[in-house]
Every structure is written in C-alpha cells, then in structure tokens.
Design a protein around this ligand. Structure first.
Ligand code: NAD
Length: 521
C-alpha cells in the first residue's frame, strides 16, 4: 500500500518509514517544550565538562570520530538509504567532507586556543588580543534532504569550540539523527554533549527558546519564522535556506561534459538539493544539440523502482508535498508555452513515489519553475542571445544560493562567476563545492543569512572577547583634559596618518611637546 506521507503525527510518537517501500522502520518520542528544556539542562551540565577538557583532549576525541566514520561507512550508507531513500553510495560519498570538517575545525580551535594577537593601533605599548569562548549549547534545526552530512558537519565547529549541541532532525528521519548520537558516543564524546530532540514545529520552537545559537537549514518560509522567534531571545542565527540556482552554458562549452554535468547537477539526490541546478540558460543555437546529449545521459540513469537493491541513481521523492510542487510547476510551464521533452509524471512503484528526470525547453521567467524552488530532477532550459543576457536572467531572482558556468574558457567562466549573485559558483561543475568544506557555504537574499561552512562557521558558536592590557602611559588620554590635550590628540593622528615623513615628524614633535603631565611615568 502506498503511504501518503512518510510520517505519522500520532501525538507523542513519531514514526519513521522507508520511502522506497512504505515499511515502518521505527518510532521515537516527540519532545514537547518540557522535554526539550530537560535535554538542554543536561546539555548545559555536560558542556561544562566538555569545555574544561581543553582543546587537545577535545580534538583527540573529535578526530577519533573520523576513524569511527570510516569503520561504519556501510552502516551509514544502509541507515541513511533506508530512511532517506537515496542510494547508499551518496551518504558514503559524504563521509569525506565530514572528516575534512573535523580536521578544519579542530585545527582552527587549536590555533585560536590562546587567543589571537592583533595590532594595538595607536595605543603604543598596549597588548590587544581576541579570545573565543564557547557560547554554551548550540541548537540545530535541519531538513530531510541531507540528514547525515548536514547533521554531522554543522555540529563539528560548535563542538570544536567547546559547546554542547542539541539537534532537531527532520521529522522524516529521526533514526538517522539517533545514529549520529551513537557515532559521537563511540568516538568518546561524553554523554549529554551531543543530543537529539524529535518532533515538528513545536519542538523546533522550544529548541530556539532554549539554545544559545541557532543553525537552521530548511525552507525560506520556515527560516523567517525561526529568525522571528530567535529575535525574542536575541539568539544569533545562521540560516541556510532555499535556492533557484542558475547554470549558464557558454557558446564554447564542451557539450558532452556539460550534458553530463547538468544531469548530475539536477538529478543528484533525485534533485532534492538546495544548491542543485534549477534553471539552465543556453545559447539559442545550442539548445537542440545539448538537449539531444542530455537525453542520452538521462537514458542511462536507473531509478529506485527498477531494482530491489541499492544499485540505482535516483531514489524516491521523500514525501507527498514535493509531488504537489513538481506537478504544479510542470503544469504551469506547459500552460505558459514550454515543451516537455521527457519525464513530467510521477510513478508509484513498490510503495515508493518517483519522479523521473524531466527536460523542459522554451522556458521563460513568467513560469514558476524559473522563479521558485522546485527541488526536483528538472532540466528547465531557456535560450539566450549572449552571456550578458544569461547573467542578467540568472541574477533576476529573489534567491542567491549557488550557480554554475559551463565553458572551455576557464578565465571567462570565473569572470562570470564573479558577476553572479550567489553564495557559491562553480565552473564546469555544480553542487560539489558544497563538499569542499574549507569554502564558506550560504546564500544571499531569500537564500539565507550568514555562512555555515568554512572557518566562518566557527565564529557563530563563540563569544568573542577582546582583552586589552595598557601600560601606564595610557593615562595620557584620560580626563581631566589639559589645555595641551587637543594638540596632543592632533599629534597622535598625524604620527599615524601623516602624508609623508614631514607631517609625521611634526606630529611626533607635537605629541611629545603636548603630552599631558604625569602621563608615561
Ligand atoms: P522545512 O523548512 O519544511 O523544515 C526544516 C526543519 O524545520 C524541519 O526540521 C522542520 O521540522 C522544522 N520546522 C518547521 N517549522 C518550524 C517552526 N515553525 N519552528 C522551528 N522549526 C520548524 O524544510 P524541509 O522541507 O525539511 O527542507 C527542504 C528545504 O531545505 C529546501 O527549501 C532546501 O532548499 C532547504 N535546504 C537548504 C540548504 C542550504 O544549505 N541552504 C541545505 C539543504 C536544504
């Protein structure tokens, strides 16, 4: 029997289903506000010990997690595939970025352990340093499309900085959430430092109220609610939201490579990818030959219903609400004049719900697919007359998450990348920069606030403390002001900003001559 949605909203319990066959995988308790608060109390106690352990010991434990992930790769592939529908090869492929995240943030924590020395500017003789203290307990609210990679990767900077973490995974994948807690525990992370709470919006709201920082990954609509709620407690947020990412194909593109890259960039994870390609701009004369090549690549892809094992490229749609968007966007495009080349209709098979790779040509910006996030395996192609037109159309969006440029002229591609309004742009590739964890990841406009990857991510989880130690001479700037103080200040400005040696020297003379009495004893 087909399941309409993958979760049951039975009060108190959250059931988990396999989206490929509808079979029940397990259930977990839903956390109400009181339970969420109890989890945070436990996290706060555990955080004290975790912070007190010191950077070296924490780093040792977090780096041990890399070994645990290697040993448990098959289990990770199996658990994620069964609850999330994607082929096991995809989560297994995402273990490497999680490991790189651990390396990046443990090294950064070590580098910042004793603070950062910065220039004391004109405060001669002072010491100026920045220290980064853990905020306390970091809260996470995550979506269903990459529950393992995002779930793991985003917690690492907070943990490396000495925080405890509490995560609310998507209600469609509670078991993947619980698996992550076990992975951390097996690496030696003390009890209570990494915890999950399960549920829907109510659980998420309670988590926002209790957390010291919020990392939210999900839709733009929910992201706005999260930010509004966090404003009540002035809790800092990083928001990783939706996208409508453009691919620009240049006249000189290698069409074979581009066809394969576009298919990968639209069909990976069955198209349910925030930084997946959603709109494709192609020079008019290349549309036909490119579509021919794309059709041949699409023909090689295997869908989950074609096999009973893990040997497939596109899994099922995770739940019914996605189907409504796919059908509405497809009907809207066709009604407004687009041509459906292939795909375009769902298939229900063996208890799973599938959407085939779908090619549409003749797209225009009047169509919803070119303006809103579709989040499916769609190759929506629009003909353009020049690079400039393609860039203008790519930037004509409320979103600004990711983009790609396809060209043999790498320099020209990189120049176009600089002109695209997007948090990440790739040349001759798409998606994969999200796995290059040294790069910040995030978006502009409706695609989000802040960056949740790269070294930038670390600073979301720390209280930045500036410490300045002054010598006795600092009293030169104190009250009460003497008649000479004004000239003394002018001298200071000239010494540090004088246009040439003469102005600087005259500033020095003024500074020494007018130094308030008693200063610099
Ligand atoms: P969603 O916004 O529906 O849900 C995300 C999470 O928020 C879930 O855990 C959900 O239970 C929770 N939630 C819902 N209402 C809430 C509320 N009022 N308060 C607190 N929490 C609440 O998103 P989704 O459908 O799970 O995921 C798909 C979306 O995620 C897409 O828009 C996609 O682009 C986006 N996404 C973005 C990134 C990125 O890095 N930019 C990555 C992956 C997914």
């Amino acid at each position: 029997m087909l399941h309409e949605v993958s979760v049951s909203e039975a009060p108190g319990r959250l059931e988990s289903f396999n989206p490929r066959d509808g079979s029940k995988l397990g259930e977990v308790p839903i956390a109400d506000a009181a339970m969420v608060n109890a989890v945070f109390d436990r996290a706060r106690r555990a955080q004290v010990g975790w912070a007190a352990m010191g950077v070296d010991r924490r780093n040792e434990i977090l780096n041990r997690l890399r070994g645990v992930l290697l040993d448990r790769a098959d289990e990770i592939g199996r658990v994620v595939s069964s609850e999330n529908g994607k082929p096991p090869v995809e989560p297994i492929g995402l273990i490497a970025p999680v490991c790189e995240t651990i390396k990046l943030h443990t090294a950064l924590a070590k580098r910042l352990e004793r603070g950062q020395k910065v220039s004391a500017t004109f405060f001669i003789g002072s010491r100026a340093r920045i220290f980064y203290e853990p905020l306390g307990v970091a809260g996470y609210i995550l979506p269903w499309n990459f529950p393992f990679e995002l779930g793991m990767k985003h917690m690492i900077p907070a943990l490396a900085a000495g925080n405890a973490v509490v995560q609310k995974p998507s209600p469609v994948n509670p078991l993947i959430g619980d698996m992550m807690v076990n992975l951390f525990r097996d690496a030696g992370v003390p009890d209570g430092v990494v915890q999950m709470v399960h549920g829907y919006a109510e659980t998420g709201s309670a988590l926002i109220d209790a957390a010291d920082s919020i990392c939210f990954v999900g839709s733009t609509a929910t992201g706005k609610k999260v930010m509004r709620r966090a404003a009540e407690t002035l809790t800092p947020v990083v928001l990783e939201l939706g996208g409508n990412d453009a691919a620009i194909v240049r006249e000189d593109a290698d069409l074979d490579l581009t066809a394969r890259g576009l298919v990968n960039g639209t069909c990976y994870n069955a198209g349910q990818v925030c930084n997946g390609i959603e709109r494709i701009y192609v020079p008019h004369q290349l549309v036909e030959p490119l579509v021919e090549k794309i059709l041949s690549v699409v023909g090689e892809l295997r869908q989950g219903w074609q096999t009973s094992g893990g040997d497939y490229d596109l899994g099922p749609i995770i739940w019914e609400p996605q189907l409504e968007i796919y059908e509405a966007h497809t009907a809207d495009a066709i009604e407004k004049g687009a041509t459906l080349v292939c795909g375009g209709a769902a298939r229900r098979d063996g208890g799973g719900l599938y959407w085939p790779p779908t090619i549409l040509t003749g797209m225009t910006h009047e169509m919803r697919m070119m303006r809103e996030e579709t989040f499916g395996p769609f190759l929506a192609i629009m003909g353009v007359g020049s690079d400039d037109e393609a860039i203008r159309l790519a930037n004509d969006s409320q979103y600004g998450l990711a983009g790609s440029v396809w060209t043999r002229d790498v320099k020209a591609g990189e120049a176009i990348a600089r002109r695209m309004r997007a948090g990440s742009v790739m040349v001759n590739n798409a998606l994969q920069s999200g796995g290059c964890v040294t790069l910040p990841f995030g978006g502009d406009g409706d695609s989000g606030v802040g960056r949740a990857q790269g070294e930038q991510a670390y600073y979301h989880y720390v209280a930045t403390k500036s410490v300045m130690t002054s010598p006795d001479s600092a009293e030169a700037l104190w009250m009460p002001y003497a008649a000479t103080t004004e000239d003394f200040f002018k001298g200071v400005s000239q010494v540090f900003n004088g246009r040439g040696i003469a102005e600087r020297a005259s500033g020095l003379v003024s500074l020494i001559r007018n130094r308030p009495r008693g200063a610099g004893r």
